[in-house]
Design a protein around this ligand. Structure first.
Ligand code: NAD
Length: 313
């Protein structure tokens, strides 16, 4: 199939591109390299350095490619930044998503005509009463980033009705693995891993009890393969359904790296105040993904951390 992956030079998008190419699909990537990197690009993918905020450019690319599938991963994916300065996040994640939908509606084609979207389970449910949160949990985002993903979902449903393509919306957990940008604000494994390997103390915002549901990026790419031909017009959570605290991540990386800072005496992180807009605790109930896709995560946290650390130098 012919597939466009937006954000395909980024962390998750680039793993999905690799998986699609390995499965024999023809892939074109759209990315403006804001947080993505050329070195992440699969050499077998066609690359368009382009901004999804530019509708005319999106139409030009989609008219040329006429993709059957679009996997939409381009976004500004930072919670705290979106609170400080919401417009760039809303511009890319809402208007940019609209542009991709309009171009796909006009020039997409094929019997599996489908829009796949990277929404968020970690930032869309806010602080849910019941954890793990399933797909019926009310969406009450705490940040413009979470809101932008919710608006993206609604735009997709609307344009799917307008144009007749199918959609598949994934609500991702905290995804981690090789190529995650340590300069971002949320890639805890990448951030801690990078500095603890150099025996520098990382900062935990809060007392270490803040918790997330961590899934290895290879498992996420596998889900994106499964849905190419199967299921339509679904919202599907991905996750383990388990909360993992910041402290647990720190301890696991400390054990793996033999971390000890300040001349070998210091083995603790720095604890700093919580950051506004960040969810305190969340885990994602992915029982539907298992039921209807036969998907569940496979890479255990320790193994995933080891694989990730092996790629950080
Ligand atoms: N990492 C996670 O844990 C997680 C969790 C839930 C959802 N998501 C979603 O998954 C997607 C990928 O996230 P990621 O962690 O790989 O982040 P990332 O920053 O590595 O990837 C985003 C990519 O989009 C590109 N991009 C940004 N603005 C663009 C624009 N205006 N035009 C074209 N390209 C643009 C960036 O250059 C980058 O390559 C995002 O949509 C994110 O919201 C990620």
């Amino acid at each position: 199939m012919k597939i466009i992956v937006t954000g395909g030079a980024g962390f998750i998008g680039s793993h999905i591109v690799d998986a699609y190419i390995k499965a024999g699909h023809r892939v074109a990537v759209i990315d403006n390299l804001l947080t993505g990197f050329k070195k992440n690009l699969n050499p077998k993918a066609k690359f368009y350095k382009a901004d999804i905020k530019n509708l005319a450019l999106m139409e030009k690319i989609f008219r040329r490619e006429r993709p059957e599938i679009v996997s939409h991963h381009a976004a500004i994916a930072e919670v705290v930044k979106s609170l400080r300065n919401p417009l760039p996040t809303l511009g890319t994640n809402v208007l940019g998503t609209t542009n991709v939908l309009l171009a796909f509606g006009k020039y997409g084609a094929g019997k599996n005509w489908k829009f796949i979207f990277s929404s968020t389970g970690g930032a869309i449910y806010g602080e849910p009463k019941k954890i793990p949160a399933d797909e019926r949990t009310p969406a009450i985002p705490l940040s413009p980033y979470g809101l932008s993903k919710l608006l993206g979902e609604e735009l997709i449903k609307f344009y799917s009705r307008q144009y007749g393509f199918d959609y598949l919306i994934f609500r991702y957990p905290n995804v981690y693995g090789p190529r995650q940008n340590p300069k971002g604000e949320a890639g805890v494994v990448a951030i801690f891993g990078g500095i603890m390997k150099r025996n520098i103390r990382p900062t935990i915002f809060g007392d270490g009890t803040k918790a997330r549901d961590y899934v290895y990026v290879g498992d996420i790419a596998r889900a994106n393969i499964i849905v190419l031909k199967r299921r339509k017009n679904e919202i599907i959570n991905l996750g383990w359904g388990k909360m993992v605290t910041d402290q647990t991540i720190f301890d696991a990386i400390a054990e793996e790296t033999g971390f000890s800072a300040s001349g070998g005496k210091e083995t603790k992180p720095i604890y700093a105040p919580y950051r506004k807009g960040e969810v305190y605790r969340i885990a994602i109930d992915a029982r539907r993904a298992k039921k209807i896709l036969g998907w569940r995560p496979s890479v255990k946290l320790k193994d995933g951390i080891r694989k990730t650390l092996a790629t950080i130098h």
